[in-house]
Design a protein. Sequence first.
Length: 391
Amino acid sequence: MIRRNRNALLSAVVAGLGSAACAQSHPGVGSAADSLQLAHSMELQQLDSNFVARPYRMAIRSDRSVMISDIGRAVVWWFGPDGTLLRVIGRRGEGPGEFMRPGAIVALDDSTIAVHEYGKRILKVLRLPTGVELRTVTFDAVVPFGGISWRDTVWFGAMAVQRGSAAGSIAGVASLMRWPIGDSAATPQWTAPDGLSHNGLPTPLGGLASQVISVDSTGFWVKYGLRDVLERRARDGTLLGEWKIPAEHRRGVPAERIDFASKPSNWTAREFTNPFWIDVTFSSDRGFGQRRDGTLMLVTMDGIVEGKVLLGTFYGSVLDPLHNRACVDWVLPERSLAIPLTVVVGDSLVVLSQEIDSASTGRVHLMLRTFTLPTDQCRWQPMPKESPASH
């Protein structure tokens, strides 16, 4: 009975999220590309009576332990570096130390984490290993992705949502939020001067949610979802430069479908009236981080929504803007039951996926794999610096 209940729940998750498949199996998605190299593979410990239902965000701590927010069971899972389950943090509820839909996780230090309560404008700060809630932090924005801790401050990309100019559409303004860890509120450090735009028009919600950042000692690298442009900004938000990101293999779908997906007029009211869109093509950012040599790794997904099924291909690219070059679009050889989670850690890409075993027993494995991009085999492409005025 336990196994049947587990399978029923996972079937519901697949129906709700769509199933992600290796895009080469679908004629409309992807194309031949070099593959990222598998460096390490590990299964995370689960029991039929104690399993991850719907992983939503993942964080890798400095000790290589793994924390996963699960909006299906309203808890945070904590696995050791060897894959053993260390602790289940929280439970469903709205009280201290409880979650309704835990989202992004930020490791603050060795003994505390911050967890975003999805759909609410709060972060819950928890003590490890007990999971006792220490306090909450408020902010006036929606936070779709995790924050980055730099010294005593957390930075994260955010958006303030507002109604779009067309009936039923959503627009928004992108900002960078600054949270000094000792404070009780996060505040905007700067706001994108023109909001988020694509070809001069407001972006659909999917593009707004794709803002990702990397932080270093002097400023920020910023990437927005529907723009193949990398920005360099100073601490005060001043735009220092933009670089065009080449795309060699990505968007391997017909150009007319890309054009359809890019036009805001085709997104009108869809966010509210039809959650299972038909014939929608999109590209979204799934991870971003600074490598040890100062270059950047960007992870993107190209997908097509057909009915209730999401077909997608994941790509890894190394960006070297200071030398005006990029090594782009190495494909991720990944299969999963639901959309995999990706995190950039150092020079590696860490991928979490739920997979049904090949023996067809119905057992679902929670796999953690580490991939590397072999830069010694890169075919570098030009990544020219652009004038911001060109946009």
